[in-house]
Ligand binder design. Structure first.
Ligand code: MBD
Ligand code: FE
Length: 282
């Protein structure tokens, strides 16, 4: 039987590439002037590196082979989201007053099952890990509740695998679209995820090994929070004490996004409160 631990970089890369095309979330109307400016700067940055570092033909050919492999493994979404998206997110959200955001990453799937709060995410009968109850409230920047607010949530399991990107997991495992109540409150029962390694057997893993880096991200819960008339926020929540908070391969940790769950009094796992504040639509 194929299980999640049989996951390959190329298979999850192919899924992430397919998912990117399906989500189609860009306008594609960049002006010629802007393309000229950005493409010229990018090409110049590469040429400057070649000239300043005296890059050899061997290194140039290794680079070319690696870029080809990124495409063959479907790892452009992974590569870009790990090494570039954090800067794009910083620019996009620099003027927000409400909650901090961070990168989306390559594993979001829209239209996860809709769950009324209090919600329990879809999971296996024998889902491994520590149960986590997350309670929160969605408000505007004035602190007023936003009824009908929604928390889309997705995260890896206790072994570090995402449903729909690793084989053998139920389609919507640990994914849901949670609807807050009339006062903006929500409760979500899930399993605390474990620290996560990006796939090591594809082109990105090859780069990490060749450069002597590591492939770890701290354990994290992805969310998209939205409510009518407000800007959607994409974020991730982390866990205090995680050894990779300070060296996330994706540079996506912010101190405002770190949870400190406590043991529940009834001994059934852990619980934490984390609220979201949404900016009005501009
Ligand atoms: C992930 O799970 C992730 O969140 C990011 C940003 C990149 C790769 C895998
Ligand atoms: Fe992730």
């Amino acid at each position: 039987m194929t299980t999640e631990t049989d996951a390959t970089a190329a298979a999850s890369g192919a899924k992430a590439t397919e998912r990117f095309h399906a989500n189609k979330k860009f306008a594609g109307d960049t002006s010629q002037e802007r393309v000229n400016r950005l493409a010229s700067r990018l090409v110049k940055a590469i040429n400057d590196t070649v000239l300043e570092e005296k890059v050899t033909y061997d290194e140039y050919n290794a680079f070319k082979a690696w870029l080809i492999k990124v495409g063959e493994d479907g790892e452009w979404p992974l590569f870009l989201d790990v090494w570039v998206e954090h800067s794009v997110e910083e620019v996009a959200n620099e003027n927000r007053e409400g909650s901090k955001g961070t990168i989306e990453g390559p594993y979001y799937v829209p239209d996860a099952p809709k769950l009324e709060s209090p919600a329990t995410l879809p999971m296996r009968d024998d889902e491994p890990g520590t149960p986590l109850l997350w309670e929160g409230r969605i408000t505007n920047v004035a602190g007023e509740p936003l009824p009908g607010g929604i928390v889309e949530i997705w995260h890896a399991d206790d072994r570090g695998f995402y449903s729909q990107y690793a084989p053998g997991l139920p389609e919507w495992n640990l994914r849901g679209t949670v609807v807050a109540d009339a006062d903006g409150y929500f409760q979500i029962n899930t399993m605390q995820p474990a620290p996560y390694q990006i796939p090591t057997d594809g082109a990105c893993g090859q780069l990490i090994a060749a450069a002597g880096w590591h492939a770890w991200r701290p354990a994290h819960i992805h969310v998209k929070v939205h409510a009518a008339g407000h800007q959607e926020i994409t974020a991730q929540l982390y866990f205090v004490g995680d050894e990779h908070l300070s060296d996330d391969i994706a540079s996506a940790v912010k101190p405002e996004l770190v949870l400190d769950p406590k043991d529940k009094a009834d001994g059934t796992g852990r619980e934490v409160i984390y609220n979201f504040v949404l900016d009005p639509v501009k």
